[in-house]
Design a protein around this ligand. Structure first.
Ligand code: C2E
Ligand code: MG
Ligand code: MG
Length: 439
């Protein structure tokens, strides 16, 4: 297929390949906007169309495809031809990167109708890859590369586009970040953010959850939702967990609120929580690792909480569950994270080593308007209390939800309404303000 503006057809001009214009537009947008979307659209079987119908028709098909893509009402979109049969749609100001799937769907829909080309009606199908700088904090080439990886995935799976989810995001990253992760820990690129869990009842009583962030030198901050599964997949989780436990305990010893203070009104941080993947628990010598870390940092076991998801408890004879019992015996608090979303086989409550139960945020986010969620949240609170557990609600984003959960008897509040996850220096400033009743 010729790339030059094309007069062969003698009809409308074939859109020029404009990679420069594409790169310029995308670069300018990415410099000023956090959520720019990119769709790369490929016409299937274009070679065959070329051979069967000839160059003139194939050229007209390119003209029509370009016009069709330009006519789709995607706000502020610009369309470019990137190569033979490949087009790009650049979308500024996406409210959410997940809207890219809707845009991809819209593109597919418009090609469900045959295109009228001369006397032919041609049914084409497209394959689409997409990416957003909200997920990949790289440059234009990086974004394009990710969209093209998704495009290849769609082609190999024989689907118009692959659905957006974290697992897929990860596939795109896999081979690239895999080798970098262990080095990133050594290079101090991983840091812990801390989010308070605040007592509903006792003013000033706070626990903290440590949440990992990867400050990648080129891509900016990478979410744990991306790199934790990667670490789990590649075996890096052991090193990561060790790093998280040591870093959290070290931080705990650096906070003024660490040791319960005598003077009234002081905030007391009783514990720091570290999230654990089941792979870490199953690893050789995990209990010894925790005991050694507590010893090195001089922290009492009750100041450390380990959060696990309920899936760990499915097999109560597993190594992981045995390990949790040993950790409990050591004096560490075990917390069940994201409760209600996993394989809730409640029989594990009979012999549960956990002292804390965290209601998953999916029950909390619509709590005030959804009676079913209220009912379920109340059940979880009662269940937790029945088994002597402290109940924490995560994902509280507004006052109404906060007040409701307080009335429902929940013990601790966690969520953006009171405090977002913060780096250590911001947390310290926040604790100061909190102590003075200013947050
Ligand atoms: P999680 O343990 O359930 O942590 C809670 C997540 O909810 C955090 O996401 C937090 O930023 C977010 N969150 C807190 N309050 C709100 C709110 O009001 N609204 C909304 N929409 N979200 C809220 P984050 O930091 O992205 O962490 C995601 C997950 O990654 C964590 O879920 C945890 O499972 C995992 N993770 C984080 N750090 C580590 C780690 O060091 N080791 C392991 N194994 N997993 C980790
Ligand atoms: Mg957690
Ligand atoms: Mg959670």
């Amino acid at each position: 297929m010729s790339d030059s503006p094309n007069e062969r057809s003698g009809l409308e001009l074939v859109p020029s390949v404009d990679r420069l214009g594409f790169v310029r537009t995308l670069r300018e947008l990415m410099a000023t906007e956090d959520t720019v979307g990119l769709l790369v659209v490929d016409i299937q079987d274009f070679k065959r169309i070329n051979h069967t119908f000839g160059l003139t028709i194939a050229d007209q098909l390119l003209v029509k495809t370009f016009a069709t893509l330009s006519s789709i009402t995607l706000k502020g979109a610009s369309v470019f031809r990137l190569g033979g049969n490949e087009f790009a749609i650049v979308l500024p100001s996406l409210l959410d990167p997940s809207l890219l799937v809707l845009a991809a769907n819209k593109v597919c829909k418009v090609f469900e109708q045959p295109l009228a080309i001369g006397e032919h009606f041609m049914q084409i199908s497209v394959r689409i890859g997409y990416a957003s700088n909200a997920i990949y904090c790289g440059d234009v080439e990086e974004l394009l590369r990710h969209a093209e990886i998704f495009l290849e995935d769609a082609k190999s799976q024989g689907v118009p586009y692959v659905e957006y989810d974290d697992a897929n995001e990860l596939q795109a990253y896999d081979w690239q970040l895999e080798s970098e992760l262990n080095q990133a820990i050594i290079n101090n690129e991983l840091i812990l953010f801390f989010q308070p869990k605040i007592s509903f009842r006792e003013e000033g009583k706070i626990h903290l959850e440590a949440l990992a962030r990867w400050m990648h030198p080129k891509r900016g901050m990478i979410s744990p939702l991306l790199f934790i599964p990667l670490a789990e997949q590649t075996g890096g989780i052991k090193l990561l967990t060790k790093w998280a436990i040591h870093s959290a305990l070290r931080s705990l010893t650096e906070w003024p609120g660490f040791l319960p203070l005598q003077d009234k009104g002081h905030t007391t941080c009783y514990s720091v929580a570290v999230n654990l993947s089941v792979q870490a628990l199953e690893g050789e010598g995990f209990v010894e690792l925790v005991a050694a870390a507590l010893n090195i940092w001089g922290v009492a076991p009750e100041n450390l909480t380990l959060e696990v998801t309920e899936g760990v408890f499915v097999n109560d004879t597993s190594r992981a569950v045995r390990c949790l019992h040993e950790l409990k015996a050591l004096g560490v608090c075990i917390s069940i994270d994201d409760f209600g979303t996993g394989y809730s086989c409640l029989s594990y409550f009979k012999n549960i080593p956990a002292g804390e139960l965290k209601i998953d945020k999916s029950f909390v986010e619509h709590l005030t308007e959804n009676g079913d969620d209220q009912y379920l949240a109340q059940l979880i609170i009662d269940l937790g209390h029945r088994f002597n557990m402290t109940v924490v609600a995560e994902g509280i984003e507004d006052l109404a939800t906060f007040t409701l959960l307080q009335k429902m008897g929940c013990d601790y509040a966690q969520g953006f309404y009171r405090a977002k996850p913060m780096p250590q220096d911001v947390l310290l400033a926040w604790l100061e303000k909190y102590k003075e009743g200013r947050v």
